[in-house]
Write a protein that binds this ligand. Sequence first.
Ligand code: 5GP
Ligand code: ZN
Length: 114
Amino acid sequence: MTDCIFCKIAEGEIPSKKIYEDEEMAAFHDVSPQAPVHFLVIPKKHIKNIMEVHDDHSSLLGRLLVKAAELSKELGCEEKGARFVVNCKEHGGQTVDHLHIHALAGRPLEWPPG
Ligand code: 5GP
Ligand code: ZN
């Protein structure tokens, strides 16, 4: 999608601190980190949000989650843990309309969210 910031990051048109990339996904550090470790995992294909997915996306979604967990361990979060979040639309707090998984770690995180 031409006007999507994460599509542009996926295509390398906008620079990012990439941690991982393959033909169907990319992971990169959040530009405005909310924890010592804060990265995003996205599909390269433009999917607006988690409510737009269907059965055909199952394998891709599985891969995104597996990669988020794998990278969090590589970044030293295995012992203390992390939070994996998918915000969706207005009430979910989604600000970029391209599906992404947040991985946050490196400090205790509050629950429930405010
Ligand atoms: P959302 O609020 O949609 O769940 O999360 C969007 C996230 O994308 C935010 O945490 C925000 O800081 C991050 N973000 C927005 N624009 C950019 C960008 O240009 N580069 C990177 N690396 N992160 C971005
Ligand atoms: Zn996009």
